[in-house]
Write a protein that binds this ligand. Structure first.
Ligand code: ADP
Length: 452
């Protein structure tokens, strides 16, 4: 087993990883910027190293500083969490060059899936169904027009290096194709330093359904069913649930087998998520994330499995602790992402937390690094708290979530908590009939009602 893990992250995910390490009796090293000196992950780790000033580029993204922290602390492995360097093949490679274990897949697999065009081609060749679109990167407007004629409108221009919904442009007709193509390239260059874009058929009203997989790097793999992440705003997930209300057992098993076959053939190592859009009973691959995801706890809740522990075990060369036939879904789980943002604008709302009270009871889990007196810094992601609910069935999970939300107190700053009360009361949510545009439409309607 690994002896000492350095966590190259902050906030709730750093704390989450520290907990899994402690359960396995692995020592932990927190790294932090000067803005995070008083953070919970620093307090809870066995050791900590300050790696730079607040700006992420000078601290959490500074590879030489992190390598130095490994050397100082004697860590034999690094867990990247999500965000920051978690999908950076160079980071995985540099660690491996320094004989430090990267807790995640190989640099080769991170690179393969990090480029969405290559990822799509790879998955297509492995028999995974994909969204129809361009056969690779679109070089110029003429090529974009040719693809548009072939697949028709609406279509979506997407950044090959994309992430977080950036560099994505919806095109409804020919007249806006050129400007969308140019602005997607510009946005992609600014966000990722890579202006390559590709085109996909824009699927109207699909669901976002993703499959959790784990491989041991030797060709053994399992899937842990799906998460429905269709409740989004600006292509960003807000609430996720598992299992999806819409899939039949046969559909779940069929898409699971397709994913397991693909990652077994790749000899993929570690956890990963294969993301699909789901429309008219068909799955369309959009991308693969080669890391732990924000919403992983809902899968843990329905299977009773600690995914971070599994990552640590795989990186210690242990075989998978379970086989596909051991994995049975139990009940239903929902996660709410609570952000330090002011609604309805969703503008950042950093500052001091005056009062903090976390809900509790059976089936209520909070993954958060908050405490009363903590100052949410303005430099990083606005996610401050994940409320994760498990129930025997969906109805019980919804009721429990309503109750837990009523107990939660985060005073001092604005948060997005109220949005979940709006979602939970809506009939479409209650009957599960929502798609990726549903929340955005609901918020637009509410704005109009308020204006009138
Ligand atoms: P990112 O990596 O930037 O998050 P994804 O490819 O994962 O980008 O897509 C994020 C979201 O954007 C999806 O969940 C979906 O809401 C929307 N989206 C992406 N591709 C399409 C498409 N072809 N048709 C319709 N919506 C899409």
């Amino acid at each position: 087993m690994l002896k000492k893990v350095l966590i190259a992250n902050r906030g709730e995910i750093a704390l989450r990883i520290i907990r899994a390490c402690k359960d396995l009796k692995i020592s932990t090293v927190a790294i932090h910027s000067t803005a995070d000196t008083n953070s919970m992950h620093v307090r809870m780790a066995d050791e900590s190293v300050c790696i730079g000033p607040p700006k992420a580029g000078d601290s959490y993204l500074a590879i030489p500083n992190i390598i130095a922290a490994c050397e100082i602390s004697g860590a034999d492995a690094v867990h990247p969490g999500y965000g920051f360097l978690s999908e950076n093949p160079k980071f995985a490679q540099v660690l491996s060059d320094h004989k430090i274990t990267y807790i995640g897949p190989s640099a080769k697999h991170i690179e393969l899936m990090g480029d969405k065009v290559t990822a799509k081609k790879t998955m297509q060749n492995l028999g995974v169904p994909c969204v129809p679109g361009s056969n690779g990167v679109i070089k110029n407007f003429e090529e974009a027009s040719e693809v548009a004629v072939k697949i028709g409108f609406p279509l979506i221009v997407k950044a090959s290096a994309g992430g977080g919904g950036k560099g994505m442009k919806l095109v409804l007709n020919n007249s806006s194709l050129e400007s969308a193509f140019k602005s997607a390239k510009k946005e992609a260059e600014a966000a990722f330093g890579n202006d390559e874009v590709y085109i996909e058929k824009y699927l109207t009203n699909p669901k976002h359904i993703e499959i959790q997989i784990i491989g041991d790097g030797k060709g053994n793999a399992v899937h842990l069913a799906e998460r429905d992440c269709s409740i989004q705003r600006r292509h960003q997930k807000i609430l996720e649930e598992a299992p999806s209300t819409i899939l039949s057992n046969n559909e779940r098993s069929d898409i699971g087998k397709i994913c397991v076959n693909a990652i077994s053939k790749l000899k993929y190592s570690g956890v990963g998520t294969i993301e699909f859009l789901y429309s008219n009973n068909e799955f369309y691959f959009i991308e693969m994330n080669t890391r732990i995801q924000v919403e992983h706890p809902i899968t843990e809740e329905i299977f009773g499995i600690d995914l971070i522990k599994e990552q640590l075990k795989i990186s210690s060369n242990y075989p998978l602790s379970f086989k596909q036939e051991d994995l049975q879904i139990k009940g239903h789980a929902i996660e709410c992402r609570i952000n330090a943002e002011k609604i309805p604008e969703f503008s950042a709302s950093p500052g001091k937390i005056d009062t903090y009270h976390a809900p509790g009871g059976l089936g209520v889990r909070i993954d958060s690094a908050l405490y009363a007196g903590y100052i949410v810094p303005p430099y990083y992601d606005s996610l401050i708290c994940k409320l994760i609910i498990h129930g025997e069935n969906r109805q019980e999970a919804i009721q429990r979530l309503e109750r837990a939300l009523s107990e939660l107190i985060i005073d001092g700053i604005s948060t997005t908590t109220e949005i979940f009360n709006i979602i939970l009361k809506n009939r479409n949510f209650i009957d599960g009939s929502y798609d990726i545009s549903w929340l955005e439409n609901l918020l637009d309607e509410q704005k109009k009602v308020k204006k009138n």
